[in-house]
Design a protein around this ligand. Sequence first.
Ligand SMILES: [Zn+2]
Length: 236
Amino acid sequence: MPPHDPYSRIASDNYRRTIQGNVPTNALLRDYFDTCFRDTLEHFGLYAAWCCTNCMRNGVASYGWGSKPSRCPTCHQFTTYQVATFNAWAAPVGAIFAAAVYFLLRGSYRVPLVDTPGNTKTHDFEVTSGFVIEAKGSPHQVANPDGSFYELGRPGMERSDTEKKAFANATQFKMRNPNAYYAILTNALPPRLLNYRNATVNAIFNVTRVEELNIFMRDIVQNVPNIEAMRRAEGL
Ligand SMILES: [Zn+2]
């Protein structure tokens, strides 16, 4: 993790405030990830908002928080547009989710994971070159400054595009590393992906659930025989 980017700062601050010194529970984990998402959207001013372009053209400001009304309340034209969309949210929420996973796994589970070296884009983290982790998470909703909530729908692996991307990354990685272990970590997954395991994606875990994190830890210990020596070397 680059030590000074906003994601590392937000994730490490929230880790210290929410989880450090506690045994993780599902409630604490949910709170941790939710707070990380919220602080990141706040940092970038990434709220749900709309504006009317017809009013703008006439030098009039007509805008508001949340979902756009179909007609502008000022000029009554159908020229209202949503300002931030999934494309604006995707990169920042993906980056903060990865950073939050990093601090949680190192801090509470003593996982000696590191950023994937070089220009490899198929996964975010490695424990070893044979045990790699892709983080795919996004929030359920955006909290706006007026106190309203904008539902994003299909968070994490519930979004089919996100699922396709993660599985494509796994396939690409496994072509060169057929015997490696490829894990996807997410904050939301559809029921049909619960306990999913195959030769390409070895497992998918919801990191907001302690029981799934415990299974993930069992897989790490089974697949990384020298984990204790690695933990000592990393000071974990
Ligand atoms: Zn208008």
